[in-house]
Design a protein around this ligand. Sequence first.
Ligand code: GRF
Length: 213
Amino acid sequence: MRKIVILISGRGSNMRAIVQAAKEQQWPAEIVAVISNKADASGLEYAASMGIATVVVASRDFTSREAFDAVLQQEIDRFAPDLVVLAGFMRILTTPFVTHYSGRMLNIHPSLLPSFTGLATHRQALTAGVRIHGTTVHFVTPELDHGPIIAQAAVPVLPGDTEQSLAERVLVQEHVIYPKAVRWFVEGKLTLEGDLVHIGAESTESAGIACVG
Ligand code: GRF
């Protein structure tokens, strides 16, 4: 069994989608812990209700990123994970931390990377006037919201969209592609070649989803 640790900062709907998919699809993997940098992250309750170990490393108690990341790394490594999954974990990570999990840490970002890195991606998309928006699952590298792309889903930007309506449309697709990408990882189907990700030939599912309407 592969061991997965999931990091969250808030409601954890992606974490929930991954936990449910792992259970329903009987992945060769176990979510061994959910760790939050915020004690009031509502996703922690769900994780605990599923019998998953929960840990809080409160970022506000630390004065430097380096000190926080060092303790976070210790807590993660207590569970000896094969994979670390960032699921709405709202922290900029230090290079030593990212390097420690090189090739075994994934993130989901709510835009079609390389467009719209950073925060407020739905606002950025509306301001830019793009007609297509979406979400990306990628390996984490030291540069924020960069890193080899595993899967993407595109959604239309519709007349009258607000940040919230667009975020909701994107989130539905996040819950599709993130569990899929994590499953590929735990099944050993992903290989990295430089900046490119290859998905095992036996995989019948597409790594790109285009949604209509
Ligand atoms: C998602 O939109 C994800 O792409 C971004 O933060 C949000 C987290 O949502 N990184 P949730 O906590 O998984 O519900």
